[in-house]
Design a binder for this molecule. Structure first.
Ligand SMILES: [Zn+2]
Length: 216
C-alpha cells in the first residue's frame, strides 16, 4: 500500500474544465503540479488559468510547446529549442525554479521520449525531468474507470506519481473526490514533491538510467 502520493495534471489548461479542478484542489487544500502545453498559453483565457494555478500554490511545469511527436522520434536541436525552450519562455516567472519538464510519450517510458539533443539541452540548461509511474489512462472512454486503475496502483506502488489530465478530470471531479477520500482513509500522505526515482535529470544532473529514455 502506498505511503505517499503526488498528483500531476497534464496537457492543459482547458478553459471551462480546469477551473472546476482548481476549485476542488483549493477546497481540499491539495497542491499539485500542472504540466502545461506551451502553445495553449497563447490563448489569454488559458494563460489566466495557469496564472491562477500558480498563484494558488501549484507548481507549473513545461510539457512541450505542441505535444506532438515525442522528442525521441523527432528531436534535432532546433526542434528541441522550440518545444522546450519556447515553452519555458512562455511560462516566464511561473516556471518552477527547478525547471520541471515532462516529455510527452503516450503514457509509456522508453527511448521514444528524448533524443540525444533533447538530453543535452535539458542538462545544459539545468532542467529537472519528471517522469511517472502511475498512468490510469483517464483519456480512455469510459473515462471514470481511471479510478479503479489508480486504486490498483495504490496497492502496488510505494509512492505513486500520478498522471491525470485536467481536460477529463475537470468534468468528473466527483471521481477525484472519491479517490482523494480513499487516500485519506488509507492514511496516504499527499505531497507536492516528486520521488527522486522519477527525476532522471535533476537540475541538470543525470542518473544512469536516463540512457533508457534516449534514442540512439
Ligand atoms: Zn501529455
Amino acid at each position: 500500500m502506498a505511503r505517499r502520493l503526488t498528483y500531476t495534471f497534464d496537457n492543459g489548461p482547458w478553459p471551462g474544465t480546469t477551473e472546476r479542478l482548481l476549485d476542488f484542489l483549493a477546497e481540499r487544500e491539495i497542491k499539485a503540479t500542472f504540466f502545461v502545453v506551451g502553445e495553449r498559453l497563447q490563448d489569454p483565457e488559458s494563460r489566466r488559468l495557469t496564472v491562477r494555478a500558480w498563484q494558488e500554490g501549484h507548481w507549473i511545469g513545461n510539457h512541450t510547446l505542441t505535444h506532438t511527436t515525442p522528442l525521441g522520434r523527432d528531436g534535432d536541436r532546433a526542434r528541441v529549442e522550440r518545444e522546450i525552450g519556447e515553452t519555458e519562455k512562455l511560462l516566464g516567472d511561473m516556471a518552477h525554479p527547478r525547471k520541471f519538464f515532462r516529455p510527452n510519450g503516450s503514457g509509456s517510458l522508453g527511448s521514444h521520449i528524448l533524443s540525444p539533443d533533447a538530453r543535452d539541452f535539458l542538462v545544459e540548461n539545468k532542467y529537472t525531468m519528471v517522469t511517472w509511474n502511475s498512468v490510469p489512462k483517464d483519456w480512455i472512454d469510459p473515462h471514470r474507470d481511471w479510478l479503479d486503475r489508480a486504486k490498483q496502483d495504490l496497492e502496488t506502488l510505494d509512492w505513486p506519481l500520478l498522471v491525470l489530465h485536467d481536460k477529463f478530470i475537470g468534468d468528473m471531479v466527483d471521481t477525484l473526490a472519491q479517490f482523494h477520500d480513499h487516500l485519506l482513509d488509507q492514511g496516504v500522505e499527499v505531497t507536492q514533491d516528486f520521488d527522486p526515482t522519477y527525476l532522471p535529470i535533476d537540475q541538470g544532473v543525470t542518473r544512469p538510467d536516463l540512457a533508457d529514455l534516449v534514442s540512439a
